[in-house]
Design a protein around this ligand. Sequence first.
Ligand code: HEC
Ligand code: HEC
Length: 175
Amino acid sequence: MKLLLLFALLAFGEGVASADQGRFSTTLFAKFQVKGCTTCHDFHEKGRWGLAFGSHRERSVEMCVVCHSKSVTGFEHPEEWFAMPGLYTSGMDARQTCEATRSALHAKFKSRILLQKQLEKHLFEDPRVLWAIEGATPQSGVLPGGKRESDLVRGGLDRWKSDVRSWIEGGMACD
Ligand code: HEC
Ligand code: HEC
């Protein structure tokens, strides 16, 4: 009897752990909200003290690569260092962060398979995303002028990939 109870507990415990793993709120929310991601997504947001209204005022889109050059970002195509509005930003809770992500991808017009493919491509291969993951590239976190963003996604690329995959396998829900 005792043994049975133990098994039941183990099975239940595991169920909870894996269900939790696929949830945006517990698995990815904190990682999406590191400054390495949000400072760039906030760039054009006045209400979030975006850089376009601070240190980067009046820096044109053509100038980004002058400072955030290949030797700084490590990007194969340095022009991919850019910012635009309409993305999830800092200050959003888990549901808002997730829903803004889905809406940036126009998720409701895409089949699950297409969405899954595009998410994986973006989150695993986009140079901006990799830049914000600790250790994903030698230049992750590096900024011009010898500066460095220290609030990056911790745990490395393998952990990031398994977290993203478990969310995708869980149906990419926003809870
Ligand atoms: C240097 C700026 C920059 C950084 C750093 C950055 N992003 Fe983005 N992000 C963008 C831009 C610009 C877009 C919209 C263009 C695009 O989709 O390529 C975007 C789009 C997205 C999207 C929407 C998907 C899509 O295809 O439009 C997600 C999700 C996302 N970023 C997640 C992240 C995460 C997570 C991080 C950190 C690990 C991050 N981003 C770091 C600039 C950045
Ligand atoms: C004159 C050089 C220069 C230009 C041009 C420039 N930057 Fe920067 N950028 C910096 C420096 C230096 C920092 C680090 C300190 C700061 O915030 O000013 C920085 C920081 C950033 C950050 C913060 C990243 C983080 O996580 O802390 C983003 C995002 C960014 N720049 C995007 C851009 C974009 C987009 C452009 C083009 C519109 C651009 N920068 C143009 C020099 C420049």
